[in-house]
Write a protein that binds this ligand. Structure first.
Ligand code: GCU
Length: 668
């Protein structure tokens, strides 16, 4: 028994009638590392999926006439296809895969396997795929001691006791990532401290080179998170002022050393001036000063600086109702638009706060029009159930991508901006804070792997729907009859709505247990320094972010600003994010706000129960081990959902003194 599962690359036998698969590679070198991985994978995949005694022959030309039960797969170069794209055609027993480069050929191979697993590799097939986003990245928040910041699936498989691990699991990880089109991986936590600061020293170069080689076999570039204070911590300098010539010289020498040892490294991800991390503000410099200095230093090596925009005042006084954390990203970065160098990318969280179950889209996305932008989402479910509660996040990501920013006449959605379609740039894309760990099933909850799979597929092809992605994932992971597949797809698609209903209402966010961020604590952050308040009193709740309040709503282009600014026009799911609303306020369907809070919490909890019951129908149809693991997660989810329902309902009943019209049990 393996120590870890194969997720969606399980390659169980699902396909009859193919006894022999011949693969030929034209134009590409069979010695190329990515082509070697491709050949390994197609051998492994086809053997598993078709069963029987099949032989995968790697030849230059197909021999003779193909007999029944033979599949001939030719992989060849076509320079007209875009980088990392591919074409697949099938005619009779011949499958043709064309790509402009090795990565495209590898992605196409995974697509062939995916279609084989789903019985879709049929005669007459024509498939054209080009990546929507140039950069499709995973961000690990793994620490070198083996812990993972916001990790819910065990410990790190990259580090243990301050050592880097490179083993078979690293290779399997790289395979999974390549199979969904990921081409960049940041391997360490954005909060770079202690041993991690030494990753850019010869203490770790050998191991890191080994790791980056494994990734390179699968067309993946490795990136490191950087400690902005390295000149102080490693160099013994007094300052890390980005405009200080000695600091710049230190970075120049450092980068020479790093890129000589790790030539394939893609560049650095930087969290500066955020939550206690050092940065340019300490020296009265701007974020652009910091990012550009590093960008210039890495430019001779053709590398990137990915600079995070998660900068806000985390020592706020709750008494202060004018300072608004939601405003911070825009306030700090908007005026610097156009000042960032070409190899800087600003990485922007999807919402202005922090990966809540519902937030508006960050106004920085599209607010910036002359700066490379990358969207950051979190598939680690920090605030969305921690891989205990089911919460399929692809519908949320789709909403973000489809959001019209009005930054220009057309091509103005978030998808247009981060893919480079809007402004014609190439340093852009999508990044996800990953949800993996060394648990046997990689993601804690087996069903949370749908988010891992889904993020990659979506980043490659933003036109895929959340349901299509769910179907692909379920089919490859569980190989079920259609009716059973439907059960899991339905659960996934509904899960976000259910989670939202039993947790914090109408975009207000938070109300979570401080620090751990799991489970309810309505006032947990209400008097804290983190700028995350719901402002509930006996008359109503919500944060006034209109022009009469913090003014945050005005950071959007007028079409959106006017909508968010007025309580009556504001989309209801975001009502409490933008407005302080009386409990007696009538929503569009005639219900009062307080009644909505009660109704949604009862509904959310009871639908969570139904979801747990539908899982029971799959008993005996999927592996017992997997069935039990998920069942156990549902038991914990139900406990959590009840706590949320009762604590939120009781809290607002006590505050408002208004009873539930339907007379259901609300604790006093
Ligand atoms: C959240 C999270 C932190 C993390 C931070 C970030 O605040 O709770 O653990 O470091 O986001 O994105 O940098």
């Amino acid at each position: 028994m393996s120590e870890w599962t194969q997720l969606w690359l399980d390659y169980r036998k699902v396909c009859d009638g193919i006894e022999k698969v011949n693969v030929i590679v034209r134009d590409f070198s069979k010695e190329n590392r990515v082509i070697k991985s491709l050949l390994d994978e197609i051998t492994r995949g086809m053997k598993g999926l078709t069963g029987a005694e099949i032989s995968v022959a790697i030849k230059d030309e197909f021999e003779g006439k193909s007999e029944d039960g033979t599949l001939n797969v030719a992989i060849q170069k076509n320079d007209e296809i875009l980088a990392e794209g591919y074409r697949i055609f099938r005619k009779g027993s011949e499958v043709l895969l064309e790509a402009a480069d090795e990565k495209g050929a590898l992605y196409g191979t995974y697509h062939i396997l995916r279609m084989t697993a789903r019985g879709e590799l049929i005669d007459g097939l024509e498939k054209k795929c080009d990546p929507d986003n140039p950069l499709r990245m995973m961000n690990h928040w793994d620490n070198m001691d083996g812990s993972i910041e916001r990790g819910y699936s065990g410990r790190s498989f990259f580090y243990k006791n301050n050592e880097v691990i490179v083993d078979d699991r690293t290779r399997d990880y790289a395979r999974f990532m390549a199979s969904i089109g990921i081409n960049g991986v940041v391997i360490n936590n954005v909060n770079v401290k202690e041993a991690a600061s030494y990753m850019i020293t010869d203490r770790y170069f050998d191991k890191l080179k080994e790791m980056s080689d494994v990734f390179a076999d699968y067309g993946i570039k490795m990136y490191l998170s950087l400690n902005f204070a390295s000149p102080i911590e490693l160099g013994g300098m007094k300052v890390c002022d980005p405009l200080d010539p000695e600091v710049i010289k230190w970075w120049e020498d450092k980068c020479k050393e790093v890129f000589t040892a790790l030539p394939d490294l893609g560049g650095f991800l930087v969290k500066a001036d955020s939550e206690g991390r050092p940065g340019p503000f300490t020296y009265g410099r701007t974020q652009a000063d910091g990012a550009n200095m590093l960008a210039d230093v890495v430019k001779p090596y053709d590398k990137l600086i990915i600079w995070r925009c998660f900068v806000y005042n985390c020592t706020q006084d709750w008494r202060d109702t004018k300072t608004d954390r939601a405003r911070a990203g825009y306030d700090y970065f908007k005026d610097l638009d156009g000042k960032y160098h070409e190899n800087v990318i600003l990485q922007i969280k999807n919402g202005p706060m922090d990966f809540q179950i519902r937030e508006p889209v960050s106004p920085l996305l599209g607010g910036l029009t002359k700066t490379n932008q990358m969207l950051e989402v979190q598939i680690a479910q920090e605030y969305t159930g921690q891989q205990i509660d089911l919460c399929y996040l692809i519908p949320l990501f789709k909403e973000v991508l489809d959001f019209k920013t009005y930054c220009q006449k057309d091509k103005d959605t978030v998808a247009d901006i981060i893919s480079g379609r809007a402004f014609g740039n190439k340093n852009c894309g999508m990044a996800a804070v990953i949800n993996t760990g060394n648990d046997k099933n990689w993601t804690g909850n087996d069903l949370a792997a749908a988010n891992l799979y889904g993020f990659g597929r979506l980043a490659y092809d933003m036109s895929l729907s959340a349901e299509e992605i769910a179907r692909e994932w379920v089919a490859q992971t569980f190989a079920l009859e259609k009716a059973d597949e439907d059960i899991i797809v339905k659960m996934l698609i509904e899960s976000r709505d259910i989670y939202e209903k039993y947790t914090c209402p109408l975009g207000i966010g938070w109300m979570v247990t401080p620090n751990t961020h799991y489970g309810p604590s309505v006032d947990g952050y209400e008097y804290s320094r983190w700028g995350t308040y719901h402002r509930a009193d006996h008359l109503g709740l919500g944060v006034d972010r209109s022009d009469k309040g913090t003014g945050y709503a005005m950071q959007y282009y007028p079409e959106n600003a006017s909508k968010y600014n007025e309580m009556e026009k504001c989309p209801e799911e975001l009502l409490l994010f933008f407005h302080h609303v009386p409990y007696s306020y009538k929503l569009k369907d005639g219900r009062t706000l307080i009644q909505y809070i009660y109704d949604s919490h009862f509904e959310g909890e009871s639908r969570a129960e139904e979801m747990a019951e539908s899982w029971e129908k799959l008993k005996g149809k999927i592996s017992d081990e997997s069935f039990k693991r998920v069942k156990n997660r549902f038991e914990r989810q139900l406990y959590n959902a009840k706590e949320w329902r009762d604590q939120v309902n009781t809290y607002f009943y006590r505050k408002s003194g208004i009873a539930d019209e339907k007379g259901r049990k609300i604790y006093e």
